[in-house]
Unconditional design. Structure first.
Length: 391
């Protein structure tokens, strides 16, 4: 009886570091070896659950039972490396082996040491049969591309996997997804090596996911220190922020196997929209859940983070409107509203551009500015000394 086992391990580090889920396979390649996948990302990657981590306080594992979509191309073995002789990554080569197949991440949960034993079938989503490595003396080569999350809301993948992907960010921050792509893994074979080819890792395809969006966070505070004055944030709303863009993914073959270059670049963002800014996870928005501000910035909880399409922050374009109240010792409450141009908020002396894989944090200080007084006394004019002689 032929047997196989997939061994999985997850290593968790801080947000500034990395986490990796590895899958390895032990068996003879007799044509029955399932294709396993490992996933790696430099930061935490999902938002709709606790797997999306804020401020680096948690690990960066993929979350159990989340899925990524896989495309794969197969070309018969030749004397020239697959990606050089048969470069199907031009946007016209249809994925003839796996076409947007959802693969489920089954994280390590079984053992105290983080290890887990899972079946090959467990790696694939329902309705998608397990794929196996080509076998024989001259097996066909496989190349792979993946994106996350599989069939996520707002993602419109091109028919051939690589090419122009349209992405639209949801207008409610808590509904947004962390759209990522993994560079092409080309020229993979199960346990096969010769002078022309490089071997795949014993049944495992290693994906390194890359964030494509900009994470945007807002913090609010007041610099008022008068004990008899209370400042409350009533609401904040973004306007003129583009929610749609096109990400173009491409792979250019190199001179040898696995030597190609992967690129993923955004075009010009379009479709301006408005976005309510949630504070401290307030639901509904702060307009009905006023937040008392202090000299310490508000926190930015899970649902507060925006995942936006990259775009240029231009003058008089993207804005945030802030509404707050001030109650003084007299008991009177005054409501204030101000619209701020994001272009005017700088990082030091530099203008901010929302680029891929960038986290942008804005801190906005609101509240009354006290009237202060200084006092000084002018010096006497120059002394005038009069003299007289008397007898």
């Amino acid at each position: 009886m032929k047997k196989y086992m997939i061994l999985a391990a997850a290593a968790a580090l801080a947000l500034v570091s990395c986490a990796k889920f590895e899958t390895s396979t032990v068996s003879e390649n007799d044509g029955n070896m399932p294709i396993g996948f490992s996933s790696y990302t430099p930061r935490a990657i999902t938002k709709a659950n606790t797997g999306y981590y804020v401020d680096g306080t948690n690990t960066t594992n993929l979350v159990n039972n989340t899925t990524f979509g896989v495309y794969s191309w197969m070309v018969a073995n030749t004397t020239t490396p697959w990606s050089v002789n048969n470069n199907l990554f031009t946007g016209t080569g249809a994925p003839n082996f796996m076409n947007n197949v959802p693969v489920t991440f089954k994280g390590a949960t079984a053992g105290a040491d983080g290890s887990a034993n899972v079946s090959a079938a467990g790696l694939y989503s329902a309705g998608n049969p397990v794929q196996y490595w080509p076998s024989g003396d001259t097996p066909s080569g496989l190349s792979f591309f993946a994106y996350y999350p599989a069939n996520g809301t707002g993602i419109t993948m091109p028919a051939n996997g690589l090419g122009a992907t349209t992405f639209t960010a949801q207008t409610v921050a808590a509904d947004q997804i962390d759209f990522m792509v993994a560079p092409v893994v080309a020229d993979q074979y199960y346990g096969h090596t010769n002078s022309s080819y490089e071997s795949g890792a014993k049944g495992t395809v290693d994906f390194t996911f890359k964030h494509t969006l900009t994470k945007v966070r807002f913090y609010f505070k007041t610099d008022n220190t008068d004990a008899n004055t209370t400042v409350k944030l009533v609401g904040a709303q973004l306007s003129g922020v583009n929610k749609t863009n096109t990400l173009t993914t491409a792979y250019t073959a190199g001179a040898t196997a696995n030597a190609g270059t992967f690129s993923y670049d955004w075009g010009a963002a379009t479709t301006p929209a408005t976005f309510d800014v949630y504070i401290n996870g307030a639901t509904p928005a702060p307009s009905t859940n006023e937040i008392t501000l202090s000299t310490d910035p508000t926190t930015c909880t899970l649902g507060d983070n925006f995942l936006m399409v990259p775009q240029t922050i231009a003058a008089d374009t993207q804005k945030i409107t802030v509404t707050w109240t001030v109650q003084t010792g007299s008991g009177a409450v005054v409501t204030n509203t101000k619209t701020i141009d994001l272009y005017d908020i700088k990082a030091g002396d530099a203008r901010i551009t929302w680029t891929k894989n960038l986290q942008v944090s804005y801190t906005i200080t609101v509240g009354p500015k006290p009237i202060y007084f200084t006092a000084a006394v002018t010096g006497w004019d120059t002394e005038s000394a009069g003299t007289i002689d008397i007898n």
